[in-house]
Design a protein around this ligand. Structure first.
Ligand SMILES: C[S@@+](CC[C@H](N)C(=O)[O-])C[C@H]1O[C@@H](n2cnc3c(N)ncnc32)[C@H](O)[C@@H]1O
Length: 723
């Protein structure tokens, strides 16, 4: 309805008598009924509107955007008209489906062999409606050929039985964590991070968590036993609370005692202490997979064709730069940062990297990764680009000085274009060609950008602090006050625009992030969502238990877990067990971390880091207590003189290991407590999650009956592994 029609529309409250329009008196009950009816109407119309929106979103989208074409053609990144046409036709097609077999699971090879030897032959030589349909192909550059791509329309998947079968296989294996659906190009950043199990890693913008999962796999990978805890750690962070929750869910597919999830703004990521003396945790690896305009995902999210405008990339540049600059302050010398976006826009890519490098006064350089993944077709980063100074890419500026000179005083005050968006005059010395640009037409993927930065500071610089950084200095660093010892500009420094002579402090409005640009916030992803209104940090505490306490000893004995053994590897590190309540003697659920996660959890106030999850829940109290306790309670109820104390409840308490933790716990169980099943046992477990002992054949039936309540079930892949 347009504004002229709106005048004739019956608005809420119209028709109700007012003081100027006397009418019959209305009873309170009637008023109540009217209000309820109005509420219902409002709800109905809201529902109808959202239904309409959904329809628009799913409808066929015209994959055109003149501003997009003008902008990217002007950037001159393609060799010639032919390549431009190839790029444009590729970006208008649907993206193939890609997935990877998760690396560190023992079953990875088996799952990959099933794809290779069962599904691929099954899907070879098929036709649908007279056209040839290709089987899945291994992505050539992905290590171990563990990633796959197939390009068939969903109708084919629905209607061709062989594809349907493959689809069910994928759904099931994804559910159990053996397969991860992920865009091919999005698999790149963790590969060039070169993660080793001892690394301390920070994933600054991590949700929904596909790259966090890859990092976790790499952390767990090279230990001989894939299930054991690595010495390193990963902190996965996202400033959107709901998306951070998604992160917890996604990473639970590779349960790890080395994981912490936080929920803070990455551009002001707080310093993390490792002890009471204030030693700061510096990271070996940091991933900055920053929020971006997402135009590299046009094939997957065609709705972006409608929304694309230059303001999105321009608006995000400053936040992206601040996130990268914050990362540079938290890295050990020799450490690596991978900066990536799913955008092909130089303002979000090379401009951010160049500005960050220049702000680091030579302490960072771009790593030459040209010999990595030789089968990946990519283009080098660019050193020249243009900045659109309007939303429609009608006016593109090549240098900041000429742009600035063209503005009137009032325009100078209002502009949100900053110097850091332009190519610096010494761009050649920064080796931006070492960045990777991936375009859809190169190998039928989405668009992507990757840069690897290394901290080259000599050991004597302030960044490799010999003495631990004092808390006050570290806190000032996060707030953006330059640490005099560093000589580093504060985050966001380069994004400032020159001050006008006539300007007073009050009018120097600095653009801080995209959400502040009216109407410019990216519509692709909810990148800039703040915490829900009135949200307060309300997580249960993390309390480490005393391994010698009788309740802890009883719990572990009940679980048949060894905490002392002649062979150190066979003893669970009980000093790393914690509970999520303030009393360490109450063990409802028991969690396990590794040493470094413990250091972080004990030296930091969880609310300061907004830790929303840490370590791994390994065991929980069984519903109801054991038979002995039940008998005691019966006696008490019968007035038999028995009194059940809380101590009794603890003594008779039964615990069970959680499925997610079985792989981790098995090495700490005495071999005599592990029952090796056969195919018959597996069949019973496949049929029923909680079978009774009598459902098994002998000798298992007798063995299980003898185990009584101590029986612990083992997931399918673990049965394969240990039988
Ligand atoms: C490109 S997505 C990350 C994708 C993720 N790395 C993955 O592989 O699944 C960017 C993420 O950044 C988050 N984000 C946006 N602004 C942020 C900020 N200031 N600090 C931390 N995270 C932020 C968004 O919520 C979003 O989840």
């Amino acid at each position: 309805m347009d504004s002229t029609e709106a005048g004739t529309e019956l608005r809420e409250g119209d028709g109700e008598p007012t003081s100027e329009q006397p009418g019959p008196p209305i009873s309170n009950a009637q008023k109540k009924r009217d209000r309820a009816a109005a509420k219902l109407e409002k709800h109905k119309s809201k529902k109808a509107k959202s239904g309409k929106r959904e329809e628009q979103w799913t409808g066929d989208i015209d994959r055109q955007n003149p501003a997009f074409e003008r902008y990217y053609k002007a950037q001159g990144v393609f060799a010639d008209e032919n390549e431009w046409n190839e790029f444009m036709s590729s970006i208008k097609t649907d993206l193939p489906t890609t997935f990877r077999v998760t690396g560190s699971k023992v079953s990875a090879k088996d799952v990959n062999d099933i794809i290779q030897n069962v599904h691929v032959p099954n899907l070879t030589g098929l036709e649908y409606e007279g056209a040839k349909v290709d089987p899945p192909k291994a992505i050539p550059w992905y290590p171990g050929k563990l990633a796959w791509q197939f390009n068939v329309h969903k109708n084919v998947v629905r209607k061709v039985p062989q594809f349907k079968k493959m689809q069910s296989f994928l759904v099931y294996e994804t559910e159990v964590g053996n397969i991860c659906r992920q865009e091919a190009v999005s698999m790149l950043p963790p590969l060039v991070l070169d993660i080793e199990p001892h690394h301390k890693v920070l994933d600054m913008c991590a949700a929904p968590g596909s790259k966090t999962s890859q990092i976790l796999e790499a952390l767990h990978s090279s230990s001989s036993d894939a299930s054991s805890s690595p010495p390193g750690l990963i902190i996965a962070n996202d400033n959107d609370y709901k998306r951070a929750g998604l992160l917890v869910h996604q990473s639970s597919r590779l349960p790890s005692p080395a994981l912490i999830v936080t929920n803070v703004d990455a551009s002001y990521y707080p310093n993390i202490w490792l002890d009471a003396a204030g030693t700061v945790l510096n990271f070996d690896r940091i991933l900055c997979d920053v929020p971006c305009s997402g135009d590299g995902t046009l094939r997957k999210n065609p709705i972006i064709w409608r929304q694309w405008g230059t303001a999105s990339g321009n608006g995000l540049h400053n936040l992206q730069l601040r996130i990268l600059q914050r990362a540079m302050k938290m890295l050990v010398p020799g450490g690596r940062i991978v900066y990536s976006t799913c955008s092909i826009n130089p303002i979000e890519n090379e401009a951010v990297v160049a500005a960050a490098l220049k702000s680091a006064n030579g302490e960072y350089h771009l790593v030459d990764i040209s010999s990595r993944l030789p089968e990946l077709v990519r283009k080098p980063g660019i050193s020249e680009w243009k900045v659109s100074v309007d939303k429609e890419a009608q006016n593109l500026a090549t240098s900041y000085s000429s742009y600035w000179e063209s503005l009137s005083d009032s325009q100078k005050r209002d502009t949100k274009i900053t110097e850091s968006m332009f190519p610096p005059s010494d761009a050649a010395s920064l080796h931006l060609e070492r960045c990777w640009r991936i375009y859809p037409h190169l190998q039928n993927t989405g668009g992507f950008f990757v840069a690897v930065l290394e901290h080259t500071a000599p050991a004597t610089t302030a960044l490799q602090r010999k003495k631990p950084l004092k808390r006050s200095a570290a806190e000032a660093e996060v707030r953006g006050t330059p640490d005099p010892a560093d000589g580093y500009p504060a985050p966001g420094h380069l994004a400032k625009k020159p001050r006008l002579e006539s300007e007073t402090k009050e009018v120097d409005v600095e653009m801080t992030d995209a959400s502040e640009m009216e109407g410019d916030a990216p519509k692709v992803a909810p990148e800039e969502k703040k915490q829900p209104k009135g949200w307060v940090y309300k997580e249960d505490p993390y309390t480490y238990v005393d391994p010698d306490h009788p309740n802890v000893q009883r719990c572990l004995a009940n679980l048949r877990i060894q905490i002392t053994a002649s062979n150190k590897e066979s003893a669970l590190p009980a000093h790393n067990l914690f509970v999520r309540n303030s009393d360490p003697t109450i063990l409802r659920s028991v969690y396990l971390s590794n040493d470094i996660v413990k250091a972080v959890l004990t030296a930091n106030e969880p609310s300061r880091l907004r830790i929303i999850s840490a370590g791994l829940k390994i065991a929980t109290k069984q519903e109801g207590s054991g038979r002995a306790l039940a008998k005691l309670k019966q006696k008490e109820a019968a007035g038999d003189g028995a009194v059940v104390t809380s101590e009794d409840a603890e003594v008779f308490q039964k615990y069970r290991v959680l499925n997610d933790a079985v792989a981790l716990i098995l090495p700490y169980m005495k071999p005599e407590h592990i029952i090796h099943g056969d195919m018959g046992v597996l069949k019973v477990f496949v049929r029923r999650t909680y079978p009774l002992a009598k459902e098994f054949e002998e000798p298992y039936k007798g063995t299980f009956e003898a185990c009584g309540e101590y029986l612990m079930t083992v997931p399918r892949d673990e049965v394969d592994r240990y039988s």
